[in-house]
Design a protein around this ligand. Structure first.
Ligand SMILES: C[S@@+](CC[C@H](N)C(=O)[O-])C[C@H]1O[C@@H](n2cnc3c(N)ncnc32)[C@H](O)[C@@H]1O
Length: 148
């Protein structure tokens, strides 16, 4: 089960690695993302289910071997409630996994077009290296233009 699944990105990554006969249930309260996920993970290979609901209040009575969330916990005000909810959906001996990135580390991959990042780096050697790489590689990774 994928808590706060968005459009099921984790499902597309993990399901091919799961044992035959595995099922995927993604839950998210964004209807748009859930509908997108239904289009993307539309396969007969696995039993796929998307639920549009709030993970903090959703009940189904079903328990899973593996309950995961990726970059959701950080958006939740009551993290204990969220974690207890994940546990409540997990079979005895099952796994609860939360994948979160450190905000600063995440921002390393963010480049906003037109913004001068020089001031972030105080070490002249590194500054030269970042600027050389930027010129050589362009604005890769996650780029935001001023209009987006
Ligand atoms: C940063 S996105 C991560 C999406 C997905 N886990 C991924 O890795 O691509 C956070 C997701 O959590 C969902 N979310 C946040 N709070 C939620 C809640 N209380 N109930 C259901 N979904 C929630 C948002 O709608 C959003 O899709």
């Amino acid at each position: 089960m994928d808590f706060g699944c968005g459009y099921g990105h984790l499902g597309t990554m993990l399901m091919p690695l799961m044992p035959k006969g595995s099922s995927y249930t993604g839950i998210d309260y964004s209807e748009n993302l859930i509908n997108e996920g239904r289009g993307i993970l539309n396969t007969n290979e696995f039993d796929v289910k998307f639920v549009c609901d709030d993970v903090l209040t959703y009940e189904s009575g079903i328990k899973y071997d593996f309950v995961i969330s990726q970059t959701v916990l950080r958006h939740i005000d009551d993290s204990h409630l969220f974690l207890n909810k994940m546990i409540s959906f997990t079979k005895d001996g099952g796994l609860v996994v939360c994948a979160e990135v450190n905000r600063e580390l995440e921002n390393v991959g963010l480049h906003i077009h037109g913004m001068d990042y020089d001031f972030l780096c105080q070490h002249p050697g590194f500054r030269e290296m970042w600027n050389t790489e930027l010129k050589r590689q362009g604005e890769r990774l996650f780029c935001c233009s001023e209009n987006s």
